[in-house]
Design a protein. Structure first.
Length: 379
């Protein structure tokens, strides 16, 4: 028979493991309770209008015909608010030589259907690698990670010239509703892009360039991704822009294990407080929009979506898309752009999976009805 002292020693690790498990369970339970008390779970639903973020480059990367994917979005889904990017490296392949043909086509297609465009311009654009600096502007130099391309005077000057040229060229387009200055300029996104960001002074100069060049004085949007309530970058943006655009990703892979996900809008008191942001902006005569609402997978960076086979990923489904729309409705914003139309079209046409496409179609039918109601109320 083992002595009592040996039994106690052997049982100690078990007791420690049990206590650790109980502690973890307590933290999870507390976090769940706190999340249920936060606005994503309890705020009253509003009636924002939905739009779509679209990138020809993303559609083509997925093996789609950009024109077909774009027209399907406008005609089959009935999208009437589109966020596009003027890609610097595509439009200005050589200094002072501009080719706006692809962008002009996209804006014209939207205009022909009575759709509005939010146009993003600058160094950063939608989709990886996010920084779209022409080779001639980089001039073969190595920009250190953690630094900024805007710290180089010639790059900053060339980017400002590109911004002005784009506004000069597109200002007469009646479909353009809002100018967006950069795409998440203050976000370091090392997963699929350089670990660069842009300084506030440069974004302010870009904003001033846009305002100076646009005779119609359209509103300016600057976007961000607040992963925690403690991130006050949106307040900085309010000093420059008329609209803060927030990226909302509700289930994103994080860390070295592919099965580990982060839920930024289930963090209890750390959850980004979009309703408070909107109320603060409204007091200044400004607004907060959701510039990117997750509607496609957000998996580990080594998971190549179009080579993974099928369209079933843990980070998005038709049900999760509907849940994200509910969150957007509760956020207090007046506009929410869905991120992922290229993926829905890929699943529909390449994989025979219409679930996301149909869920989006239902959402845009609701959005159209809301917009009619808003118009009637305004008369």
């Amino acid at each position: 028979m083992a002595s009592p002292s040996i039994s106690r020693r052997r049982s100690t690790p078990v007791r420690v493991a049990v206590l650790v498990l109980l502690g973890v369970a307590g933290v999870l339970a507390g976090g769940l309770l706190a999340s249920n008390l936060e606005w994503p779970a309890r705020a009253a639903a509003g009636d924002p209008i939905y739009g779509v973020d679209f990138s020809c480059r993303q559609a083509e990367w997925l093996g789609e015909d950009c024109h077909e994917a774009y027209r399907a979005m406008l005609d089959q889904l009935g999208v009437r608010h589109v966020r596009l990017t003027a890609y610097w490296d595509e439009i200005e392949p050589a200094p002072g030589r501009y080719d706006f043909s692809s962008l002009d086509w996209q804006i014209a297609e939207a205009a022909g259907r009575g759709a509005s465009v939010t146009l993003s311009i600058g160094i950063k654009g939608q989709r990886a690698p996010e920084f779209y600096i022409p080779d001639w502007a980089l001039a073969g130099r190595h920009i250190p990670e953690g630094s900024s391309p805007a710290n180089y005077r010639d790059i900053a000057g060339a980017a400002l010239d590109f911004v002005r040229a784009t506004v000069d060229h597109e200002a007469g387009q009646s479909a353009i509703e809002v100018w967006q200055v950069e795409n998440e300029p203050y976000v370091h996104f090392w997963r699929t892009a350089h670990d660069w960001s842009l300084p506030e002074w440069f974004v302010v100069r870009e904003a001033a360039t846009v305002r100076d060049a646009d005779p119609q004085a359209r509103p300016l949007l600057v976007s961000h991704a607040s992963w925690l309530r403690t991130d006050g970058t949106w307040r900085t943006i309010l000093k420059t822009a008329d609209i803060v655009g927030e990226a909302v990703y509700t289930k994103r892979q994080r860390g070295p294990l592919a099965s580990v996900y982060l839920y930024p809008f289930q963090l209890g008191p750390l959850t980004p407080d979009l309703p408070d942001q909107e109320r603060t902006a409204a007091r200044e005569g400004k607004a907060v929009w959701i510039s990117e609402l997750q509607a496609e997978p957000f998996e580990a960076p080594w998971v190549i979506l179009n080579n993974a086979g099928g369209c079933n990923f843990p980070s998005i489904s038709a049900g999760l898309l509907r849940a994200n729309l509910t969150l957007a409705d509760r956020s207090g914003v007046e506009r929410a752009y869905l991120w992922g139309e290229e993926w829905w079209y890929y699943c529909l046409t390449k994989q025979g999976d219409a679930s996301l496409w149909e869920a989006a179609k239902q959402a845009f039918a609701v959005s159209a009805a809301r917009e009619l109601s808003h118009s009637a109320a305004a008369r």
